[in-house]
Design a protein around this ligand. Sequence first.
Ligand code: ATP
Ligand code: MG
Length: 430
Amino acid sequence: MANKVQGVRGMNDVLPDDARYWAFFESTVQRWLHAYGYREIRMPILERTELFVRSIGEVTDIVEKEMYTFTDELNGEQLTLRPEGTASCVRSAIEHNLLYPGPQRLWYRGPMFRHERPQKGRYRQFHQIGVEALGFAGPDIDAEHLLMCARLWKELGLDGITLELNSLGSAEARTRYRAKLVTYLESRVGELDEDAKRRMHSNPLRVLDSKNPAMQAVIEAAPQLADDLDDESAQAFATLQASLRAAGLAFRINPRLVRGLDYYNGTVFEWVTDRLGAQGTVCAGGRYDGLIEQIGGKPAPACGFAMGVERLLALLVDGSAAVPETVPDAYIVRQGDAAMAYGEQVAERMRDAGLAVILHCGGGSFKSQMKKADGSGARFAVIIGDDEARAGLLTVKSLRVELEEGRQEQVRREQVRVPLSETCEIIKTR
Ligand code: ATP
Ligand code: MG
């Protein structure tokens, strides 16, 4: 045998046994977004590298070391597999003048790519559901986003996901704060790791985002952004907190929350859980009022968030949320020349009637076919031998194991021989 070709490290297959969790998640999410009036947008997975460098920022983990970037050999273009969706979504909205008629509520889904060290909850291909409100100044829309998230956790049956908030202030406020922070970091330069030393001058706020445990003491004692907020951001942040309190949504202010992408300003947030170890952030976002202008659009405020689908699914799978397996209605077993052809017709008629039907293929004894029928999870077996084919009838057998009330004894599986129309009737009504 030839060598196996392996999949790419950090990029996962979703196998059929797990696909039902994805389907349940996606259908719940679609209903939820519809309930808030968000419309889907689908962007390509590849973009020009420049888009991400300009939006996410040159001195960030993503742009410095996590992007899958390559040159298109055919025309020399620098391209990147998207590491996130906001930049693409904004690029598309600008390119197609989506904001011309007014603000837009948009959402997208799909794979994102970051060259990170693969571990539980951290992959090189992962999936996000992203929500963006373009052209909205807030803070009413920020409140909408947070209440939306809370509702989704409820609809997914997830608890223990808590909200952390911070405000990064305006660009000017950040410049003031930045100067203070640099002075502080210089005073403790001996305790900084290599990354922090390098970023201290190019992008000091990133230092606060460090995941290095050895850096946490320095970060804890750093001056706080909250003390330097501009009036407008402070006012918006206060109004947002008031509406969350009025809605009964609990939150915690986390002054260290700075987010790993440069385009954020004003209110930012993360939804976190302690059930996923180090990869506890399941959803994150905030305002990015400068981004649209920064990548060539007419200035307009905006905010949004993205959730990590794999992390939410991990909670869903080991939580108590019951996700039903979808099973076929019937499995058709057939043997003999007449039965083979008749089986095909029967299967198509049953599907016309709206039933989900597996037609046995590949031959074999009735006994082995019945085993397959049992294993398929189908509710009924439809049995076709030459007798049935000649008479134009079908033998229908319930495959459900039913226990008679109060007794640990299996009820004899009922079996009837009936015409096609009655077969469909039986299967539909039981
Ligand atoms: P983290 O701090 O965990 O690296 P991040 O701040 O880089 O996350 P964002 O860019 O804000 O993440 O992406 C939003 C969400 O996407 C995250 O909160 C997380 O749930 C998910 N996510 C980000 N990177 C990965 C990854 N490599 N694998 C799986 N999920 C991810
Ligand atoms: Mg990251």
